[in-house]
Design a protein around this ligand. Structure first.
Ligand code: F6R
Length: 606
């Protein structure tokens, strides 16, 4: 989604803004722009395309000179990507950048048109810029307050008033925004990487707070114009964590960071061999009362949830279901008093997941969140929070966040099993010990990444591809398939292996590629039968298989072996070859791996 950076200090604002926006490129965008206070007034430069296109334009029209400004990368929602729809919007008095969606923009537009305001873009943001202009009477604070009283939807706004060249105003609701605190310089940004080069210290902005950013300090007010004391946060990772560190892509770097991320997430949560989630409210008493578990998330996070469901049902025997957040929030879900809602989100800002969490809370259901970004909206609003310690995930395609989300789900399942007595203490200790040994096995797979590259080269020209698997392998197939399609643009579908013959098998003809995942002993033979069904019809099969199993030579064209472990835990290993396969396929096809078309990292709109 869109990225915002604002700067005030002594440096060249244009450079700081472009630099900060580059750090937010991972969020996804299709145009960019900046506005800087110059001596003669606010100068705006904006362009469709990448930041390089914006820089090219700046070279033509002149780089804005000044030390205070706001910048934006836009991911189009209202109106196509174009110069005119790009942010900043406004006029010589007021300039605005916006992340989010204004739901009542048409109604506001009509009201403003009736007052003779003209509009040149198709955006909701321009309507807010005109609304600011309409209310502006020389008092920026009051103007911002009136505007947020009138707009409905989600927003993070960065605003400059020409009459106040030494200030930037900011306000947010349901879209992230932080204030970076430097020495004699201050920042606003959508995310921490944008400010890390200059400072690690920041404030999190809450709703109904208005930020006034100045060179010498930052003031944050409530809507009654009373100063608020904010807690200072310090980023625990530095700029290197948000850089490629010698890898050609963030995605590859993040795939290779998985052993470390897994260690950091599970080691502190296993004490004396048993799971210790350090969540006070998650007591044995609460666990014993749980009727049903609803796991709610989007995309990859929901596939981690599917693995979690399998683990909870197998180990703790509590019924669990996985709901896609966008369906859950409007689906009138049946939630009973003793149910538990677990939401999973890397960013902690996904609009649908946040809305699902709020819905569950409103119905009085205990909510638990598994989140990677510290201090994000979901993390702050859930009743209990378990952070994954994956470090920043920059590539749009989620990899390391997925594995650590699964690892937390395993620990939750084990904690529940212990509380309910469905597993003995010794058995739980056994699983925990195995989880602690998995980073090393992940490393073994990574050390052989060339094998995945070779298999990718065999499939790189496919137009369509199927993933099949049963049970937990089906959940893994869903993730493998999503990873491939989002970055390589190969059309791919994941099927429960036994379901194919109920229709889809008609698409299997000569050389149609199929990736079969078979890691579970109890259903191995069944999956092998399904593989035979597709090979008989000419499919070209890559089998991803548990190393423990004997595989007949003629069963698949290619075989990729995954180190063995407890079957229920094997997704923590088996997903890695699927990620590498998708990555190398996309690279071989010349795709923009870290920034796939149309996608955004943090989906803060519905
Ligand atoms: C796919 C991917 C997305 C996210 C989804 C949820 O690789 O990254 O499917 O998993 O948008 O995002 P979070 O986890 O931030 O809520």
């Amino acid at each position: 989604m869109c990225g915002i950076v604002g700067y005030i200090g002594k440096r060249n604002a244009s450079e700081v803004l472009i630099d900060g926006l580059r750090k937010l490129e991972y969020r996804g965008y299709d145009s960019a722009g900046i506005a800087v206070f110059e001596e003669e007034g606010i100068k705006v430069v904006k362009a469709k395309g990448r930041l390089d296109d914006l820089e090219e334009k700046m070279n033509l029209v002149g780089k804005p000179k000044g030390s205070c400004g706001i910048g934006h990368t836009r991911w189009a929602t209202h109106g196509e990507p174009s110069d005119v729809n790009s942010h900043p919007h406004g006029n010589s008095r007021i300039t605005l950048v916006h992340n989010g969606i204004i739901e009542n923009y048409l109604e506001l537009k009509e009201r403003l048109a009736a007052k003779n305001y003209l509009f040149e873009s198709q955006t909701d943001t321009e309507v807010v810029a005109k609304l600011l202009d309409y209310y502006y009477d020389g008092n920026p604070f009051e103007t911002v307050r009136k505007v947020i009283e009138n707009v409905k939807g989600s927003y993070a706004f960065g605003i400059m008033f020409a009459d106040f060249p030494n200030q930037i105003f900011a306000v947010r609701k349901d879209s992230p925004m932080i204030v970076g605190l430097g020495e004699g310089e201050n920042f606003i940004a959508s995310d921490v990487p944008a400010i890390l080069k200059y400072t690690k210290d920041y404030y999190l902005i809450d709703e109904d707070e208005i930020v006034v950013l100045e060179e010498g300090g930052t003031k944050i007010y409530n809507l009654d114009h009373e100063l608020i004391e904010k807690q200072r946060h310090t980023a625990t990772w530095d700029i290197e964590a948000a850089e490629k560190g010698g890898y050609p892509h963030f995605m590859l770097k993040e795939i290779f960071e998985q052993p470390d991320a897994l260690r950091k997430t599970v080691q502190p949560r296993i004490k004396d061999g048993l799971p210790d989630l350090q969540v006070d409210s998650f007591t044995d008493d609460l666990i014993r009362k749980i009727g049903k578990i609803h796991i709610v998330a989007c995309g990859t996070a929901s596939y981690a949830g599917m693995i979690g469901k399998c683990a909870i049902e197998k180990l703790a025997r509590i019924p669990a279901e996985v709901c896609i957040a966008s369906e859950f929030r409007y689906g009138d879900p049946i939630l009973k008093e003793n149910d538990l809602v677990i939401v999973i989100s890397q960013s902690g800002e996904t609009a649908d997941t946040l809305a699902a969490l709020r819905l569950a809370k409103k119905k009085g259901i205990h909510t638990m969140a598994i989140v990677n970004v510290v201090g994000s909206s979901i993390a702050r609003e859930a009743d209990s929070i378990i952070y994954t310690w994956a470090g920043p995930e920059i590539a749009v395609a989620s990899t390391k966040a997925y594995t650590v989300q699964m690892s937390v789900m395993y620990l939750i399942a084990l904690k529940m099993a212990l509380a309910l007595g469905t597993l003995s203490e010794e058995e739980v200790k056994g699983y925990c010990g195995t989880i602690l040994s998995l980073p090393e096995k992940q490393q073994q797979i990574l050390d052989q990444s060339d094998t995945c590259k070779y298999f990718a080269s065999r499939f790189q020209n496919a137009e369509h591809l199927f993933y099949i698997g049963r049970g937990i392998d089906y959940a893994l197939s869903m993730e493998g398939s999503l990873k491939l399609k989002e970055i390589s643009y190969i059309h791919s579908e994941a099927y429960a292996a036994g379901e194919l013959k109920h229709g889809t098998i008609s698409l299997i003809t000569d050389n149609v590629p199929v990736i079969a995942v078979a890691t579970q002993e109890n259903i191995y033979e069944k999956t092998i039968s399904n593989i035979k069904e597709v090979t008989t019809r000419g499919a070209k099969v890559l089998l991803v298989v548990n190393d423990r199993f004997e595989v007949n030579e003629d069963i698949a064209n290619y075989v990729l072996r995954v180190p063995t472990t407890d079957d229920i835990l094997i997704p923590l290993l088996a997903v890695i070859p699927l990620q590498l396969f998708a990555y190398y396929t996309a690279v071989l096809r010349g795709c923009d791996v870290d920034k796939p078309r149309n996608l955004a990292k943090s989906v803060t709109v519905e």
